[in-house]
Every structure is written in structure tokens, then in C-alpha cells.
Design a protein around this ligand. Structure first.
Ligand code: SF4
Ligand code: SF4
Length: 138
């Protein structure tokens, strides 16, 4: 459960679009335990990695409902290892992060001084405070 007023609802995007090593699941493949728009079918016994994951949309009160991941095809997350602010999309819609609402939000994050990276599978792009964006490699 996220901050007050927010819940995953029908969103199951992280169960499809993220790599989950525990299940040897690649990005873009729906977890076999996930029922679309109904959620996890093994909720009580789901692995720790799933228990621990909360996207930034869920946790940040200030991010509007309109940016719920399934609505814009983009999962927002802080990556502690790289210090990046990431916008992860499903490989089937690699430019979903350019949705105008989402793109405006990502530029605002860049203006805050964050290193904003959009990721689709192995492809990455950096979004700059100027509103420009370009392919990126770590
Ligand atoms: S991407 Fe976020 S809102 Fe969607 S199911 Fe995962 S944690 Fe919930
Ligand atoms: S086990 Fe459940 S929470 Fe974890 S990825 Fe699969 S459907 Fe999602």
C-alpha cells in the first residue's frame, strides 16, 4: 500500500515490464502469477523482492493520479545503486516515456538536479532540464 489515497488498483505494470531475477523473468514478459488487471495470484506467498518493490508513483503523494504507471506506460523509480531517477517502460512501447504528461514530469525532475534516465530493455535515454533528450549509456 502506498501513501494515503494511492494504491496499485488495476495496475500490474511492474509484474510485466521489469526484470525479475527470482523468476528468471525478462522485461516485457508477464509474470506467470499475474492476472492482468486483477493482480498477483500468489499475493500471500509472493517472494520478498515483490514485497519490497514500490514504485515512486505509489510512494510519492505529489505525483498525480494521471501518472499511474498503467495509464502512461511508464514506471517511475529511484535507483539507489546509480543514483538515477528512472522511467522504465515496457519494451513493446519503448517511447511511452514521451507521453506529454510524463515527459513534462521527467523534465521537472531533471530541473531538480536528478539524473533522469528512461529505460526500455537494454536501451536508455537521458532527459535534460532543457527539455532535450538523447540516447544514454552508463
Ligand atoms: S508499477 Fe507501481 S502502481 Fe503499478 S503495480 Fe507496480 S507498484 Fe503498483
Ligand atoms: S509474484 Fe506476484 S507480485 Fe511478484 S511479479 Fe509475479 S504477479 Fe507480480
Amino acid at each position: 500500500m502506498g501513501v494515503q489515497g494511492k494504491s496499485c488498483g488495476p495496475c500490474t505494470m511492474c509484474c510485466k515490464s521489469l526484470v525479475i531475477d527470482h523468476f528468471k523473468k525478462d522485461a516485457g514478459i508477464l509474470c506467470t502469477h499475474c492476472k492482468l488487471q486483477a493482480g498477483c495470484q500468489i499475493y500471500e506467498t509472493r517472494p520478498q523482492i515483490c514485497r519490497d518493490f514500490e514504485c515512486d508513483w505509489l510512494m510519492e503523494r505529489t505525483i498525480p493520479q494521471t501518472l499511474r504507471p498503467d495509464k502512461v506506460g511508464t514506471i517511475l523509480m529511484e535507483d539507489d545503486e546509480t543514483d538515477q531517477y528512472q522511467a522504465v517502460v515496457d519494451p513493446s512501447t519503448p517511447l511511452a516515456w514521451r507521453n506529454p504528461l510524463m515527459f513534462k514530469f521527467l523534465v521537472s525532475k531533471a530541473k531538480e538536479g536528478k539524473t533522469v534516465i528512461a529505460k526500455s530493455g537494454l536501451k536508455s535515454w537521458r532527459i535534460y532540464a532543457s527539455g532535450e533528450w538523447a540516447p544514454w549509456s552508463d
